[in-house]
Design a protein around this ligand. Structure first.
Ligand code: SF4
Ligand code: SF4
Length: 375
């Protein structure tokens, strides 16, 4: 039974258009609840599967030297201009900076030589538009026909500055993911922690409008991290004025069913209104799929998992630095293997211990990744 439930969850699409598909069947608020229930169901299923399938635990080792990062993330900067209540940025204690073009170039070149096709200029925490060299980096990546997709996620606050929205659409980027709060000033300030609502909503408006005027070159999703019910957001004046007119097959929106806890740093009491914290897996004896992804941090450090940090991104998931070794040496090296081994040995890195984004790697997932790499 649990396998078919897992497949059901998968067929609904986990992160991209999950909500979009469910809301074709249910009213929007009910769809949001169904999305939440499916998320919980998935965790329960995963726990149960891990409990009964010890024989699968070490299967990943056969594939460890074959799988390259499906996407390579670049933490072009770990500086942000917001202080969201659902994010660990405001309490992060790490050194801050902006990635040099040289580090970016080395990362892209070495990723391409490994067979990589997809890059993301999205830091774990930080806003890519703060990087003054962002568009030079996109331009460089775009020059390589091997790179098929380029994307970043932004809170849109800086889109109105120096016409960054135009540069984004004209840059050749393939996808932009927008992170936006409630569509009223007062609640936005409560959730995003900064008095910049007008900038964010106008930034989104300019980007969507220019994208439409130029033939919808870029696929855009507006991820609404709201504290109100979806129906309230969709009925709001600003949604109807600044977002709705531009929705299409390529321009979509989604709601966040659950907020992650950033390794235990974010708690339910930090959230407001209808925001709910996700339930974490109770069992984590199989390596997380995210340990097969990597991020290059602004100083060249290579870290497994581009998803979450606890107090710092310079933690136990850092496996090397591309200023000292090649990306290939690092990604297939002993340090990466040790991070995955920690799951099997029940000696999790602190950030993984309480993380609600954990997803156990499965044989079917590993095989699919190998197949995708060959395409
Ligand atoms: S969620 Fe994004 S926009 Fe908000 S503080 Fe974190 S990094 Fe910044
Ligand atoms: S458990 Fe969380 S922090 Fe650890 S690798 Fe998975 S997603 Fe990343």
């Amino acid at each position: 039974m649990f396998i078919s439930l897992e497949n059901m969850r998968k067929s609904l699409g986990r992160t991209k258009n999950n909500f979009k598909k469910i809301k074709k069947i249910f009213p929007v608020d009910v769809a949001h609840e169904v999305d939440r229930k499916l998320d919980r169901l998935q965790k329960t299923t995963q726990d149960f599967e891990q409990k009964i399938s010890f024989r699968h635990i070490n299967q990943y080792k056969k594939y460890e030297d074959k799988i390259i990062p499906f996407k390579l993330y670049f933490g072009v900067t770990n500086v942000c201009n917001a202080k969201c209540i659902f994010c660990a940025y405001k309490t992060a204690e790490h050194k801050k900076g902006i990635m040099s073009f040289e580090i970016f170039k080395k990362g892209v070149d070495e990723y391409i030589s490994m067979g990589g096709k997809w890059i993301a200029l999205t830091p774990t925490v930080g806003d890519p538009l703060i990087d003054p060299g962002l568009f030079d980096k996109i331009k460089y990546a775009k020059k390589h026909s091997q790179i098929k997709q380029i994307h970043f996620t932004t809170n849109a606050i800086l889109f109105t500055n120096a016409k960054k929205y135009k540069k984004t659409i004209d840059s050749g980027i393939t996808h932009v993911y927008l992170s936006m709060g409630d569509l009223d000033k007062e609640t936005y300030i409560k959730v995003y922690g900064v008095d910049l609502y007008e900038k964010a909503i106008l930034g989104i408006y300019h980007l969507l409008k220019y994208n439409k005027e130029t033939g919808e070159q870029v696929i855009i999703n507006i991820g609404l991290r709201t504290s109100k019910k979806p129906s309230e957001t969709l009925a709001s004046e600003d949604f109807n004025k600044y977002i709705k007119p531009f929705l299409s097959k390529k321009v979509t929106y989604s709601f966040t069913p659950y907020f992650d806890n950033f390794g235990g740093m974010i708690k339910q009491e930090h959230l407001i209104g209808d925001m709910k914290l996700g339930r974490g897996n109770k069992i984590k004896t199989t390596p997380c799929v995210k340990t097969f992804e990597a991020m290059i941090l602004f100083d060249g450090s290579v870290r497994l998992c581009a998803c979450r940090l606890k107090k710092t991104e310079f933690d136990e998931l850092v496996i090397g630095n591309i200023n000292k070794n090649t990306l290939k040496e690092i990604f297939f090296g002993e340090n990466a293997k040790k991070v995955r081994e920690r799951f099997v040995q029940n000696n999790l890195a602190p950030v993984c211990k309480g993380c609600s984004l954990y997803r156990p790697v499965k044989k079917s997932w590993l095989k699919r990744r190998i197949k995708e790499q060959k395409q």
